[in-house]
Ligand binder design. Structure first.
Ligand code: GSH
Length: 206
């Protein structure tokens, strides 16, 4: 059996989604191990004690435990200054407000509406940028859209009512892509000793 890199993942995690999107786009084959976050596999904790997904273990044993670094490795992608700036805003400012908008009860003294408004500063900037040329690379789109998807799904009616036509069209295209369909394949949690699950499941590059 051909040895394969191992990707620990969690289907609904936006960080794991961006890593799986890179794998699908590139036709980079991995063994996919779906993780239950409250019961993380021992092997994953051994190779990456910080305990977050995604984690990619390469054939030479190298472990990559940051989603953007996994994307960079898989896609051989060097972020431009502009791309690095968007990724930083997404993972910093936007994720901060997104978490507080989605789960206000998990944080002290948090007003859901205030964080929705603060998250919208980023979204509005993204809308403006997406209306300009040239458009984002697939790599950057894939790094960002899983987070925007989470925001949109929290209150779809509100999101759809915002004056963000470029953002709406971009998100729609990302969600409708064949790559995203393959990225979101439903899999059972991995158990040690089971047959390995190849990912992506269909051959080829999109
Ligand atoms: N900076 C990390 C963040 C990954 C992350 O926070 N993943 C979440 C799931 S969406 C997680 O594993 N949370 C578990 C925990 O923090 O204990 C990356 O980019 O890979």
């Amino acid at each position: 059996m051909e040895p394969l890199p191992i990707l620990y993942s969690f289907r609904r995690c936006p960080y794991a989604m961006r890593a799986r999107m890179a794998v699908v786009r590139e036709g980079f084959r991995v063994e996919l191990r779906e993780v239950v976050l409250r019961d993380r596999p021992e092997h994953m904790m051994e190779i990456s004690p910080k305990g977050t997904v995604p984690v990619l273990q390469l054939l030479d044993g190298t472990v990559i435990e940051e989603s953007l670094e996994i994307m960079q490795h898989v896609l051989d992608w060097e972020l431009s200054e502009e791309e690095a700036n968007w990724a930083e805003r997404n993972d910093g400012e936007f994720k901060h407000h997104l978490d507080r908008y989605k789960y206000p009860n998990r944080y002290e003294g948090v007003e859901e509406d205030e964080h929705r408004a603060l998250a919208s500063v980023y979204l509005s900037d993204l809308n403006t940028r997406l209306g300009q040329q040239p458009s984002f690379s697939n790599a950057l789109s894939d790094a960002l859209f899983p987070f925007v998807r989470q925001f949109a799904n929290h209150d779809r009616t509100w999101f759809d009512a915002q004056p963000w036509p470029h953002l709406h069209a971009w998100l729609e295209a990302c969600l409708a892509s064949e790559a995203f369909g393959r990225c979101m394949v439903k899999v059972k949690p991995w158990v040690s000793g089971q047959d390995r699950l190849l990912f992506p499941q269909a051959e080829g590059t999109l």
